[in-house]
Design a protein around this ligand. Structure first.
Ligand code: FAD
Length: 457
């Protein structure tokens, strides 16, 4: 009798550089590749619409790749703790392997499950697959988490170098009897009525092969100019790897080592350092979530709890969501987001600042919209960056730094190429006469609100 090993796939929808899968292969028993769609466990944040769309495509691709290697992907739905134990019992599994997650609710589920399965006599092991540095290993001299990026990243770089990526397995043998699986279509992850995903389909091909190709192409074609043009949204010179990293179609270890190999000298080397430091921001956001599990709902700096948010004006929120504010750069960004499920980083900062400061709408409302519409919506990076813009977060932009979308357009989209691509009715970055707010006045109002917060004892 063989006792199969379960590999529980989560945010690591790939075969290459997958330590949990590798551990199962090394055990030399048949493998049950399992994905659990869990919207029921306490504290698990339900996925947004764009994220569900991506998940469908990425699971379909993973299933095909497993089948090509003699394996099968088993899909189950329900609270993960219960489902994994059910599958383990049904299949007589001897071991369960997974790669770690870092959110509070996720860690609680994993810890419980580990105890329960071990008590039942199974081998259970978890691995580092989604972050280069484990959050509990990077602390200040006083043992506290870093609150500022530069010393954080310096400390990371002083650690032993991230391990080399693991090779992709040639075979993933399934057991004689595979546990029954849901049909992916029955999860209804794709929108139907209405089908709003045409722009997503046009823009993306989820799955590990496309992720690997994108990293290769980016390093060959765009890395050299990354440092110079990464802030210009019309150049398309950033990697667009964020959804790939979010879903784990590629690992940060692969990114790290392939970038190191491609870095060369001169401008390209400077660009490579800059690019890796952006991967560092991803680590910083994840480490911050590990230490502050309520990152999506609570101000990291509690003095911001006294911020005097006025009563929400739903029409203003809606104008922002739909890209109808009359501020060209903001509207272009919000429409890019709606159409493609992604938005350039510079424009994310501008649109977020406009919502929080010019419209005086609580950063949480913006975070929720991005959560629903981004294909890279990430439980750490999304709230982390919203709090960064709001001034309430780790190493955040000071509150009084209110981005001026007209000046930002002049500087980063001087020929209005980006603006005209997404909002063709505008020919420049200047606000229209019927813009929903006046930039100068609302800036003053934001600063006054900030002063009021500072005076609150
Ligand atoms: P590149 O410039 O090629 O960077 C390479 C990788 O580094 C990215 O793929 C990403 O994984 C990481 N990275 C870069 N910048 C950041 C950053 N500021 N914080 C964390 N990681 C970073 N990123 C997400 O992955 N998911 C989110 O939900 C998310 N929400 C955001 C919300 C706001 C308000 C803002 C201002 C930023 C947000 N970001 C988020 C960060 C950043 O905008 C995206 O990671 C980046 O635009 C993705 O494009 P790219 O892959 O071409 O980036």
């Amino acid at each position: 009798m063989t006792a199969p090993s379960i590999v529980w796939f989560r945010d690591d929808l790939r075969l290459a550089d997958n330590p949990a899968l590798r551990a199962a292969i090394d055990r030399d028993e048949p493998i049950i590749a399992l994905y659990v769609f869990d919207e029921e466990s306490d504290g698990i944040r339900p996925l947004g619409g764009a994220a569900k769309w991506w998940l469908h495509g990425s699971l379909a691709s993973l299933g095909e790749r497993l089948a090509e290697r003699g394996g099968a992907l088993v899909l189950r739905r329900g609270p993960a703790g219960r489902v994994i134990r059910d599958v383990a019992k049904e299949s007589g599994a001897g071991a369960v392997f997974w790669n770690r997650r870092y959110g509070g609710a996720e860690r609680a589920i994993d810890a419980d499950l580990k105890d329960g399965l071990r008590a039942d006599g199974l081998t259970v092991e978890s691995f580092a697959g989604s972050l280069l540095f484990e959050p509990w290993t990077v602390t200040t001299g006083a043992g506290t988490p870093y609150a500022v990026f530069t010393p954080f990243w310096r400390a990371c770089q002083a650690m032993p170098a991230p391990r080399a990526p693991l090779p992709e397995p040639r075979e993933v043998p399934a057991p004689g009897r595979t546990p029954k699986s849901d049909d992916l279509d029955d999860w209804e992850l794709l929108p139907t009525k209405p089908d709003w995903a045409a722009g997503l389909r046009e823009t993306w091909e989820p799955g590990e092969p496309a992720a690997r190709a994108r990293l290769r192409d980016f390093l060959a074609e765009d890395l050299g100019s990354y440092d110079d043009s990464r802030d210009e949204p019309s150049t398309g010179s950033t990697s667009r790897l964020s959804p790939r990293l979010r879903w784990g179609e590629i690992s940060p270890y692969q990114v790290w080592h392939e970038t190191a190999e491609a870095r060369g000298t001169g401008a390209k080397a400077a660009s490579a350092g800059r690019f890796l430091s952006e991967i560092g921001w991803r680590e910083f956001a994840a480490h911050t979530l590990f230490h502050f599990p309520d990152l999506a709902t609570k101000n990291l700096r509690s003095e911001f709890d006294a911020f005097p948010w006025p009563r929400l004006k739903p029409t203003q929120l809606e104008a922002w969501q739909k890209g109808k504010t009359g501020i060209p750069l903001v509207d272009a960004g919000m429409r890019e987001l709606w159409h493609t499920g992604i938005m350039h980083n510079r424009i994310r900062m501008v649109t977020a600042s406009f919502l929080i400061k010019n419209l005086l709408i609580d950063w949480r409302r913006g975070e929720e919209w991005f959560w629903d519409t981004l294909v890279d919506a990430d439980g750490a990076s999304n709230p982390f960056n919203w709090q960064w813009v709001a001034g309430s977060g780790a190493d955040a932009a000071p509150y009084f730094r209110v981005f001026n979308p007209e000046l930002q357009a002049k500087k980063f989209d001087p020929r209005a190429l980006y603006i005209r691509q997404w909002a063709p009715e505008y020919s420049s970055g200047e606000a229209t006469e019927d813009a929903i707010v006046e930039l100068g006045e609302t800036r003053k109002r934001a600063l006054a609100a900030y002063e009021e917060m500072r005076r609150t004892p």
